[in-house]
Design a protein around this ligand. Structure first.
Ligand SMILES: Cc1cc2nc3c(=O)[nH]c(=O)nc-3n(C[C@H](O)[C@H](O)[C@H](O)COP(=O)(O)OP(=O)(O)OC[C@H]3O[C@@H](n4cnc5c(N)ncnc54)[C@H](O)[C@@H]3O)c2cc1C
Length: 285
């Protein structure tokens, strides 16, 4: 299939992009890496009358330290995140996750803004922004706002983004002296996750003082598992992860049954992966 006809606008500034979106009155789509949008156009699942290309807007593809945070431009490609020395230094868990996103050819084009805005239920980046308590900067012709990742993801392929808004930046608070772990299972290398879990642990006096656990592939959106995080406080994991923590992770899922795996299998798997991610985080912490 080929896409339905559309008008093609190459924006050279954020102002031009949001003005084009506003002018189209809800009938325009942003195109960034095109790795999710173009298949949807070709299958005619989407038929926007205007496509606003943001690839040539300068200043949207940075990974930059700024005091206690790292700022990532919305046009930053997945491969840039995977290879950035700033990400390696401050968020090794994110670097690890990026190696699991699709194939290199797709990582060379796909962008963080596109992945978050598309919000595939099995994508890694929504999970990672939840894990890292990220904030998204969102701009429209009416002004700018900041939205926490925890408020951004609403449902499968549905986010807190109006038709005339674009994501311009993702802000990641640094997380010093923290151990991390990541575990994923996919049918083949580069496939979307059947399930994945990312965790961080911060210790005080040899015990867990702060825990973060996030998962993807097992619910309509990526999720944090606050009950598991609460149970982990004050623990040591020398003898493994308690079964009540694993069960809290499983209880927070709503896994789909599809062509690739049953709901029961995914629920079992995510518990196993939580154990592995937390063991990794404990070892590093
Ligand atoms: C074969 C294949 C395998 C894949 N496997 C994985 C995987 O394992 N894990 C994974 O996470 N992803 C995977 N992907 C998806 C890939 O990561 C995409 O790059 C990503 O989901 C979308 O990013 P993009 O820049 O290509 O966005 P686009 O396709 O350009 O856009 C996607 C959507 O986001 C909107 N959008 C884009 N940028 C912005 C912005 N700045 N502000 C507002 N809206 C915006 C668009 O309008 C569109 O609705 C896979 C894709 C393919 C084709």
């Amino acid at each position: 299939m080929k896409p339905a006809a559309f008008e093609y606008v190459v924006a050279d500034s954020v102002e031009m992009a949001v003005a084009s979106l506003a002018q189209a009155g809800g009938d325009a789509k942003i195109i960034a890496g095109g790795q999710s949008l173009v298949p949807m156009l070709n299958f005619r699942l989407l038929r926007p009358s205007v496509l606003v290309d943001i690839n040539r807007i300068p200043g949207l593809a940075h990974v930059r330290e700024d005091g206690n945070v790292v700022r990532v431009g919305a046009l930053t490609r997945h491969h840039q995140l995977e290879t950035s020395p700033v990400i390696a230094a401050h968020f090794p868990v994110l670097r690890e996750a990026m190696a699991h996103v699709a194939h290199l050819a797709i990582r060379n084009r796909g962008t963080i803004g596109g992945s978050l805005s598309h919000a595939d239920p099995a994508a890694e980046l929504p999970m990672m922004t939840l894990l890292l308590d990220a904030e998204l900067r969102v701009v429209s012709a009416k002004g700018a706002r900041t939205v926490a990742a925890r408020d951004f993801f609403r449902d499968a392929l549905s986010v807190d983004l109006a038709e005339d808004e674009i994501v311009t930046e993702v802000v990641l608070p640094k997380l010093p002296n923290t151990g991390w772990g990541f575990a994923e299972v996919a049918r083949r290398s580069g496939d979307f996750a059947l399930a994945a879990v990312a965790a961080t642990l911060t210790l005080s006096d040899g015990k867990i003082a702060r825990a973060r656990v996030a998962m993807t592939g097992v619910a309509p959106t990526a999720r944090r598992v606050t009950e598991a995080e609460r149970l982990l406080i004050g623990q040591r994991l020398d003898d493994g992860v308690d079964s009540d923590v694993i069960e809290a992770v499983r209880a927070a899922t709503e896994p789909p049954t599809d062509l690739h795996a049953s709901s029961d299998y995914r629920r079992h798997l995510v518990g196993v992966l939580a154990g592995r991610a937390l063991a990794g985080a404990w070892g590093r912490a």
